[in-house]
Design a protein. Sequence first.
Length: 52
Amino acid sequence: MAPFTGDTPVTSTSAQTPQGTATTVTYALTIDKNNDWKITDVGGLEGALPGN
């Protein structure tokens, strides 16, 4: 199984940007090629940003 890190552009809104702004979501996938290429784990921001 090998981890894969991807970035997905999304539109995010907040109190500071109620009209929305483009942002990037970072995630990590682990795919098991020996198990019909099933996704076995989806991770969040842990380790995705420098200093974390």
